[in-house]
Each structure stands twice: as structure tokens, then as C-alpha cells.
Design a protein around this ligand. Structure first.
Ligand code: NAX
Ligand code: K
Length: 495
């Protein structure tokens, strides 16, 4: 798992490391790594036009020193000095290497340089930033956004809060973010993750000085190590039995998709319980599921399960409310999604139980549970997922283009395997089935949510392969996704 930290955690670690080194050493380490990434992005360094957007702090210093390295290799490097101050040693190094400097606001000069560049380096602000970008930084960030050249952000795209991923006003949209010493949380979660592009980590020796992580990014290796595999002596009961209480006469598809997700994620058996119409469809589509038709909203006759999936397509009327109460009254882990969440929104204390609860809301569903505004949740998903986990006493899997899994007292986890093609009806029902299946196989709520999000995203990519997908295809791509965890070269661009 890649671990990430807040700006404060990194500052503290940097100070401790810096005290052991000659002055300027860390910045040269950072700039050397930055220059190498920049050079690799240019067809050739000699003769290329590189523009540095330079702020008044050490973030600008990184950019200037890296610019000096590129200038010594024959690049034409122009530094746009945007701050009232400048990192003196960095500027001296650049000028000595043959680079030039400009001030913004001096006519069209700077705009032309940015538009004509082969590469733009954003060294406006890093972890020392506070609040929305001020002028002239904001204007330069916008000019860079219109340029054809790729932007390399130094440490963090200027305008993105390094600790939270929040963007107030504008921010630099980077093709690559070269981050120093350790990953910053804001590079992994939305909206910051979108602005960061590909993230390259430069080792400057910070490791021994870092505290426990703030956030961890799921990786193939971590999921592979966590995912349960059947033992030689396993039988279907020991592999885990998952119960699915989903679907209604109105929403039959949710039942079919949640069962499909559960069946393909490795449980030994899937039991489905619901009214006659979804029962007929689940039976027809998945003969391997054990189906109980309910005349009454009761699960007494369903048989023993190790975890429940509760909620997709359930409706919110008396029938649904009764089933929600009964499933939550059991002593096994429960995944609550969709209408299950809409039902408990009237009384969130229902989620307080002894056995684990994993909830899988999108921003709108979480808003109904916590009373926060949907827009606020979308602007700061990590903070809201964490707050909800603490307030509700559950594990929260907040769906979005990067999914966050939060549990009180633990580093949050983020998943970046998703694809925009997954934003289509029914994929959430499949995700519920996968996570419930993993709960039944014995994973804790945090691991079940994390692995489910990772595999769901991976299956989405396999199912889509660059074209629209259906939720059913995501369920069916799950075995391929699980198989690919073990393939060394599998989709190596994934984290
Ligand atoms: N300290 C070190 O030894 C190292 C620092 N590193 C670099 O140094 C950076 C941190 O440097 P600093 O602490 O100097 O801070 P920054 O360079 O991130 O920014 C601070 C400057 O930006 C201005 N500023 C803050 N918010 C602004 C806003 N919203 N709009 C416009 N201007 C704003 C401040 O007035 C201040 O002058 C890191 O992100 C990293 O790039 C790396 O070189 C690694 C080693
Ligand atoms: K920056």
C-alpha cells in the first residue's frame, strides 16, 4: 500500500531530516529527481523550451534548481518570477546555467513563452500554500491550463490543498506531479487527484522521519495479499455464505446484479431472499444462488449466512423498513447500501450494532445520512467519509471517481482503479455484492470495502476496455480481475 501524509506531517519530518544534513541538500535531492522526470518527458532536452512558473517559496526553489539542470543540458529555460520574493540560490543557479527570468504582467511576453513551451513546470506553491491561489499565480495557472505543453507540478499542483485535495478557485492541471519525500493525501483523493495526473515520488530520505500515515492508497500487491483464497480443505460453507436482501417487485435488476457481484467474488454460497418478481429473475439468471421467496418481510427461513448485503433496490416502504430492522438485528456483518441507507437515514442509531457495518453510499446518500450538503461532500470526500465513520460508528466506503474507505482510528484508504465508464446504472449493486461476499469470507469491514472497491474498478476497466460497459459485464469480469492480481505484467499502469 502507498501511504500518504498531511502537509504538517511532512513539514515535521522534513525539519527533522534537514537538521542532519548540510543546508540546501534536500532541495538539491528534490530538484535532481524533478529534472530527471522533466527530461524524460521531453523528446530531447537539448533545444527544448522549458518555462518555470516560480513562486516565492521553496517550491519555486525546487523548480529553479531543476531548471538549472535542464539548462546545463542545453534546454532554453525561462523562469517566470511570480512572487514578491524569489529563492535566491535557485535563481542564481539557473542564471549561471544560461537560463533567463521574466516578470509576469510585463506585456504578452510571458503568455507567449508559456504558449510556446515544450514543457511547463509549476513551482508556484507547494505545501506552504494557504487558501485559494492569489494573483498573479491564479492567472498563470490559467494560462498554463490553455497551453499545449504538458505541465509538471512540483510537489503538488498549485491550488490543490496538499492535505485534503480541496481546490478553492483555480488550480494547475498537471500531466505529472513530482512529489518530494512522501505522497501527500491531497494527491490521492478527489478533487486533487484529478489535477495531479500521474504522481511520481522522489525519495529524499524522509522515510525514517515520517509518522503513521494519514491515508493509504490501495495497490495490487496489498489487495493480492488481503484477498481470501480457498484452502485445499474448504467446502462451500467454510468459504463463506452471503445473504442478499435486495430488489423489489419494482426494482428487480438490483437483486440480479447484487447476487451477480456476490457470486463472482468468491463466496462459497449466495442466498437470495426477496419477493416473487426478483426471485424469478434471480433464479433464471443465477441458478447457482439459493433462493427464498418471501411472503412476509422476514428472514427467518433463509438459513444461516456469514454476512448480509442489504438494500439495493429494496424500496423504502413498510416491507423494506421491516427487512432492514431484521437484518440489522442479526449478529453477523452487514453491508448497507442504497435504499437500505435511505431507510436508516430516518434513524441512524439503527447502524449501531455489535457486529460490523459497512456502508457504501455515494455523496447524495451520505448527505441524507449525515445532513451535510452533497456539494460539500464532493468537495472534501475524505473529510466527510472520516467524519461519518466516527459519527455513525461504521465503516464508510464513499463512492466517487476515487473511492474512500474510512474507519475511525485507522488511516483512510483510497482506491484509484475506477474508470469513468463505471458511472452507469447498476454498478453500485455489483459493488455491494462483491463487498458482502468478502465480508462473508471473513474479511473485516475495512478490508472487504477496500478489496471490493479495487476489484470493482479493475473489473470495470476489463469490462469497458475503452468502451461503454454494463453492470452485468462488470460482475462477469470479476474473475478476470482477480486472476490479473497474480499476473506480474498485468496492466502494469495500475497502482
Ligand atoms: N524545506 C525543504 O528543505 C524542502 C522543501 N521542498 C519544497 O518546498 C516546498 C515548501 O516550501 P515553502 O514552505 O517555502 O512554501 P511554498 O513554496 O509551498 O509556498 C510558500 C509561499 O507561497 C506564498 N503563498 C502561500 N499561499 C499562497 C496562495 N494561495 N497564493 C499565492 N501565494 C501563496 C506564501 O506567501 C509563501 O511565500 C515544498 O512543497 C517542496 O516543493 C522540497 O525541496 C524538499 C525539501
Ligand atoms: K506546485
Amino acid at each position: 500500500m502507498f501511504t500518504a501524509y498531511t502537509a504538517d506531517q511532512i513539514r515535521t519530518a522534513e525539519r527533522a531530516l534537514m537538521a542532519t544534513l548540510p543546508r540546501g541538500t534536500l532541495m538539491l535531492r528534490a530538484a535532481t529527481g524533478l529534472a530527471a522526470v522533466c527530461a524524460a518527458m521531453l523528446p530531447r532536452v537539448y533545444g527544448s523550451r522549458v518555462v518555470l512558473l516560480v513562486g516565492s517559496g521553496d517550491n519555486g526553489g525546487d523548480a529553479l534548481h531543476a531548471g538549472a539542470v535542464l539548462a546545463r543540458r542545453g534546454a532554453g529555460v525561462t523562469a517566470v518570477l511570480a512572487g514578491s520574493r524569489v529563492h535566491e540560490a535557485g535563481l542564481a543557479a539557473l542564471l549561471a546555467a544560461g537560463g533567463v527570468s521574466r516578470k509576469p504582467g510585463g506585456g504578452d511576453d510571458v503568455r507567449r513563452a508559456v504558449e510556446g513551451a515544450d514543457l511547463i513546470v509549476d513551482g508556484l506553491v507547494g505545501i506552504g500554500a494557504s487558501g485559494a491561489l492569489r494573483e498573479p499565480y491564479a492567472g498563470l495557472a490559467e494560462t498554463a491550463g490553455h497551453a499545449a505543453a504538458p505541465v509538471v507540478a512540483v510537489d503538488v499542483p498549485s491550488g490543490v490543498d496538499a492535505s485534503t485535495g480541496r481546490v478553492e478557485g483555480g488550480a494547475v492541471r498537471a500531466a505529472v506531479t513530482v512529489t518530494m519525500g512522501a505522497l501527500k493525501t491531497g494527491l490521492l483523493v478527489d478533487p486533487g487527484a484529478v489535477y495531479a495526473g500521474r504522481v511520481e515520488l522522489i525519495d529524499i530520505g524522509l522515510g525514517p522521519y515520517l509518522p503513521g500515515p494519514d491515508v493509504a492508497a490501495l495497490t495490487r500487491a496489498s489487495v493480492r495479499a488481503t484477498l481470501p483464497r480457498p484452502a485445499a480443505a474448504s467446502d462451500k460453507y467454510r468459504r463463506g455464505v452471503v445473504g442478499v436482501v435486495a430488489g423489489s417487485d419494482q426494482y428487480t435488476g438490483a437483486a440480479v446484479l447484487a447476487v451477480g457481484g456476490a457470486l463472482h467474488a468468491g463466496a462459497g454460497m449466495v442466498r437470495y431472499a426477496g419477493p416473487s418478481r426478483p426471485v424469478g429473475q434471480v433464479r433464471a439468471r443465477w441458478p447457482e444462488a439459493v433462493v427464498t421467496e418471501l411472503d412476509e418481510p422476514s428472514i427467518d427461513d433463509v438459513g444461516r449466512v456469514q454476512a448480509w448485503v442489504l438494500g439495493p433496490g429494496l424500496g423504502t416502504g413498510r416491507w423494506a423498513r421491516e427487512l432492514v430492522l431484521r437484518v440489522l438485528a442479526t449478529d453477523v456483518p452487514v453491508l448497507v447500501d442504497a435504499d437500505g441507507l435511505n431507510v436508516v437515514a430516518h434513524d441512524v442509531s439503527l447502524l449501531r450494532r455489535t457486529a460490523p457495518v459497512l456502508i457504501t453510499p455515494h455523496a447524495g446518500e451520505l448527505a441524507r445520512l449525515t445532513g451535510a450538503a452533497r456539494g460539500d461532500i464532493e468537495a472534501a470526500p475524505l473529510a466527510h467519509a472520516r467524519a461519518a465513520a466516527a459519527e455513525l460508528g461504521v465503516t464508510v466506503l464513499l463512492k466517487g471517481s476515487t473511492t474512500v474507505v474510512a474507519e475511525e482510528g485507522e488511516p483512510a484508504r483510497v482506491n484509484g482503479t475506477g474508470t469513468p465508464w463505471l458511472a452507469t446504472g447498476g454498478t453500485g449493486d455489483v459493488l455491494s455484492g462483491i463487498a458482502g461476499s468478502l465480508l462473508a469470507q471473513g474479511l473485516g469491514a475495512r478490508d472487504a470495502g477496500s478489496c471490493a472497491a479495487y476489484l470493482h474498478g479493475l473489473a470495470g476497466r476489463i469490462a469497458a476496455d475503452g468502451a461503454p460497459l454494463t453492470a452485468a459485464a462488470v460482475a462477469e469480469a470479476l474473475p478476470a480481475a482477480i486472476r490479473s492480481l497474480d499476473e506480474e505484467s498485468a496492466r502494469s499502469r495500475l497502482p
